[in-house]
Design a protein around this ligand. Structure first.
Ligand code: AMP
Length: 114
């Protein structure tokens, strides 16, 4: 289910390097290249879906696994408090159209988000 020219499909396939910190049957977690917090990890499904809603509809087990994987990474990094973010669509800040859950931790976060 790899999509040609998808950056995160290439990371999942090992064709583009990334600092992988966790993986499960259906997910891979790697550090964001441009971290916005001391811990900034992206958790992605191995299969290609464009956004969080498409993943939830197409593979609900993988969708749940993204959250449990993010919690496992937070625990491994000693982060009790963390923020999970899905950007969906360019206006919401999505720049890579392969579902990814941002795990952010290690500093205080404001609300509402910018
Ligand atoms: P979004 O803007 O929500 O689509 O998030 C995409 C994220 O991917 C951004 O936070 C980028 O910094 C990150 N990113 C882009 N290219 C890479 C890469 N090669 N390895 C790791 N993270 C990346």
């Amino acid at each position: 289910m790899e999509e040609t020219d998808c950056l995160f499909c290439k990371i999942v396939a090992g064709e583009i390097p990334a600092e992988v910190v966790h993986s499960t049957e259906r997910t891979v977690a790697f550090r964001d290249l441009n971290p916005q917090a001391p811990t900034h990890v992206l958790v992605v499904p191995k299969a290609h879906f464009a956004n969080a809603a498409e993943l939830a509809a197409g593979d609900p087990v993988a969708s749940a696994e993204l959250v449990t994987a993010a919690a496992a990474v937070a625990a491994a990094e000693g982060r009790e408090d963390y923020r999970l973010v899905y950007n969906t669509g360019a206006d919401a800040g999505q720049s890579v159209f392969h579902t990814h859950l941002h795990l952010l931790a290690g500093r205080s976060f404001g609300w509402p988000p910018g």
